[in-house]
Write a protein that binds this ligand. Sequence first.
Ligand code: GFB
Length: 334
Amino acid sequence: MQTTSGTAAARDAAQPELRYPLAGKRVWVAGHRGMVGSAIVRRLASEGCAAVLQAEREAVDLRDPAAVLAWMRQNEPQAVFVSAARVGGILANDSYPVDFLDDNLMIAANVMRAAHEVGVEKLLFLGSSCIYPKHAPQPIAEEALLTGPLEPTNQWYAVAKIAGLKLAQAYRRQYGRDFISAMPTNLYGPGDNFDLQSSHVIPALMRKADAARRAGARGLDIWGTGQPRREFLHVDDCADALVHIMKHYSEDSHINVGSGTDMTILELARAVMKVVGLEGEVRTDPSKPDGTPRKLMSADRIRALGWHPSIELNEGLADTYRWYCEHVVPSLGG
Ligand code: GFB
């Protein structure tokens, strides 16, 4: 039976303090063309912002400090979502270490320095669950940061994201800036990258399964052993969480953004086959890297802040597949 204090605690968790309302604010979504940035722009439509600012890539290269500062001075954002990043799946991370380390360091440093100089009121920096040690205890709490060696395939990206979250903390500590960081788990959804060499696992498996079904083939080829476990979150759930964090969270520590459950890549492959309508077996390829064995993040902190995901994996996969069929398949001539 629920106690009175339990009821009060549940109510407090459901209604966290509104620390930073976005209504009436000029909000910049850095990286608005990406999967996460475009989802944040969609989500902000119901927040009553004065403006949702978007910097086109041709107009400002976020790796160029002078260009970022000039754009910020001209556009005067009050709040910033740093969702711009060079991202990719396991193979891209492993193949282009300079791009993943250098681009992401530059983006984090330039956007935060300019935000400080123009007096941005609140900034949310986005990282990734790969910041945690390869063998962190599961589910991974925020405190596990820097307690052990990283997964080698994505250490370059992870180091850049760790530097970014530390930089946000440093601005908070040295200058009192309200800069915070969120670490989303593996994301998927409309707007994802479906290129087989550089994508994450969900778009890759969806594309391969769709091509096999259209060709009348059976079975799905996956990389690795199929045994690694991953936690997946639909990008619209992620955007909802990020807006929630922007409004309700103002702490030194970064905060995890996840669904709270994980599955093996083999289970994921079967779920994708079902959504796509492909019959047959899943064929593994142990010559390809598995990466981190497991990275389920603790969702305790974000749950305590009153946020829960609402999109089930099968529903999210179906939504993503519809988007793929509508937006990507035609360009493949399929
Ligand atoms: O999504 P993914 O590329 O990234 O791979 P990570 C997840 C798992 O799926 C790995 C397996 O064990 C892959 O071996 N997998 C199976 C496949 N088939 C495929 C396939 O066809 N394509 C791909 N891509 N994977 C990334 C990091 O790690 O996660 C990034 O490299 C970032 O830096 C991102 O942190 C969230 O989960 O292994």
